[in-house]
Write a protein that binds this ligand. Structure first.
Ligand SMILES: CC(C)(COP(=O)(O)OP(=O)(O)OC[C@H]1O[C@@H](n2cnc3c(N)ncnc32)[C@H](O)[C@@H]1OP(=O)(O)O)[C@@H](O)C(=O)NCCC(=O)NCCS
Length: 241
């Protein structure tokens, strides 16, 4: 077990990250570790807790997260390699073209499991409401993919810091907006109340119907806390102009 120094506080009472916790961009060398950390942390995420999480899902998430240099990790330099990563905020960048290819694939092949199906539904809700591509067909949207913090490091503000780093990166890359699906109470609170995101749609977990191989099922019928899965957007164009 690591010895985690308590985070210090500024005069305003805001927590500051101890020096041995280093926030940096994710690289291809981090893939395996991010996959493992995803599988571990997402056991506590509502959909993962309900349906179970496989290491293979972590590998696909990690793979998707290094397509663009926009994902971040927190490394604890006091830990032994290769188990130094303690948090991640992974992302990718959507263009209209990339998104259209993804939607076509979903239409043709459907979703391979209920979690993918509900996430695809959230993306549809966002697409129905967003004006980003209507006002600019060349627009770029940063999609936040996954966020996880090792349970020993929760409550230190690492998620908030990772989110701020990713938002700065989106502005630096001249993205027009950020979109994210938030499944947990803590992230729904952060996007709504702390980071100025707009809610673009929600689905009650227990009502979600997955049409699959000619049958219909409610895969999250008894998932009641939180009640809703929510999709958010933050426009950046005005801010980065
Ligand atoms: C969600 C998670 C990333 C938060 O990480 P963290 O580093 O502890 O988060 P932070 O300390 O930066 O901030 C958490 C915020 O959520 C709030 N929060 C925590 N639990 C909450 C709850 N049950 N309901 C509402 N708000 C909650 C905290 O009070 C804090 O907000 P504040 O700064 O306004 O007080 C972490 O708990 C985790 O990895 N969970 C499992 C995976 C997961 O659910 N990922 C997100 C999927 S969308």
């Amino acid at each position: 077990m690591p010895t985690l120094n308590p985070s210090s506080s500024t005069a305003t009472g805001k927590a500051t990250r101890p020096d041995h916790l280093v926030l940096r961009l994710m690289t291809a060398d981090d893939k395996q570790e991010v996959a493992g950390l995803f599988a571990e942390t997402f056991k506590r995420e509502p959909l993962g807790e309900y349906s179970g999480v496989q290491l293979s899902e972590g590998m696909s998430i990690a793979e998707a997260s290094i397509q663009d240099p926009v994902s971040f990790v927190v490394e604890d330099t006091k830990l032994e390699s290769p188990h130094r990563l303690v948090a991640f905020r992974t992302s990718c960048v959507y263009t209209a073209e990339k998104l259209a290819a993804k939607r076509k694939n979903v239409e043709e092949h459907g979703s391979s499991n209920p979690v993918e199906a509900i996430l695809n539904r959230m993306e549809e809700l966002w697409l129905a409401k967003t004006t980003v591509f209507k006002s600019n067909p060349e627009a770029k949207v940063m999609k936040f993919i996954a966020l996880g913090v090792d349970s020993r490091y929760e409550g230190l503000g690492l998620a908030k810091e990772l989110l701020n780093a990713a938002m700065d990166k989106a502005k630096e890359m001249k993205c027009d907006a950020i979109m994210v699906v938030a499944s947990a109470f803590a992230t729904q609170h952060l996007f709504k109340n702390r980071l100025g995101f707009e809610e673009m749609g929600s689905v009650r977990y227990s009502d979600f119907v997955w049409k699959h191989e000619g049958s219909e099922e409610r895969p999250f019928e008894t998932l009641l806390q939180p009640e809703f899965l929510e999709v958010f957007e933050k426009k950046l164009t005005m801010e980065s102009a």
